[in-house]
Design a protein around this ligand. Sequence first.
Ligand code: COI
Length: 355
Amino acid sequence: MELTALDNIKIVTAKESKITSVDFDNLSFGNVFTDHMLVCDYDNGVWGDPEIKPYEPFTMDPSSRVFHYGQAIFEGMKAYKDENNDVWLYRPDQNHERFNKSAVRLAMPEIPEEIFIDGLKKLIEIEQKWVKKGKGNSLYIRPFMIATGHGVVASPSNQYRFCIILSPASAYYSGDVKVVIADHYSRAANGGIGAAKAAGNYSAQFYPTKLANQEGFQQIIWTDDATHTKLEEAGTMNVFFRINDTLYTAPTSERILDGVTRKSIIDIAERDGIDVDVRPVLVSEIVEAAEKGTLKEIFGAGTAAVISPISGFSYKDTYYELPKLQNSFASEIKEKLTNIQYKLAEDTFGWTVKI
Ligand code: COI
């Protein structure tokens, strides 16, 4: 493996590895973490030296701003192992860029590339045995930043902690994904933090999603807060709609996350001659297409979810079942995307980065 250029990093290795106690055939998403984590603290305008150390709990002041005002952001990324045992990251520059955009929006400090990307590479060099070979296996990477400054005054903190934790992963959704189209609750509003990967964007969805779960649905497709007429994203993933042979997805905006999987799908589809129309998608046209039988597919796209077909949706108490296709765009594009990620196809886009 090539060594990274990060030379001011402190490394303390774990006395023993937990890996032998992990059942890699029965992972549930995000529950098991590797032996080490990367931690880097920021104090009054300066990032300190990053440290890789055994995964362990933090000790924090109960008045830390993150507990009171939710000043917290994160990213979701994955590492993949190829047939030669090389480990690859997928478009890490995009996650770094988006992390810094989220940081600016939440009045947090931006993080330099040497800490975010080189630090991550170093951490994965140490944890490479946790990346299992084979399609569907990956190492989910969760970089995050929290406000650690103490005091409950409602203003940005002067202290922050950046941390990266790693979790071996398989599928995020197992089984059918049915969704509800939102007609009351909202995820985001213009001028708000919807485009940031802010912790609060996710916790705000928990209650309406719990109500949807009680009705047998896994996710909500959010609509614009002002009129509830435009389809936006599903909260844990962006969404695509196929009417006849054209794919539609909403443009990114102040309310929608600029998903890395989303933009990869658009590029792959366009390269391979699938028509993609990035424009506001109306609830009414999706309902009408479902009634006419021209709505062929809906699928979600995200790092954790990869490409997850949606089997049906509910809107204002009517449930619309989608056709079960033999050759779906979702499976065709997923195959092409994952072939690039697992180095089973040539990466003509230059998206993969070797550790
Ligand atoms: C990801 O796909 O990486 C996300 O951040 C979604 C998360 C809520 C699991």
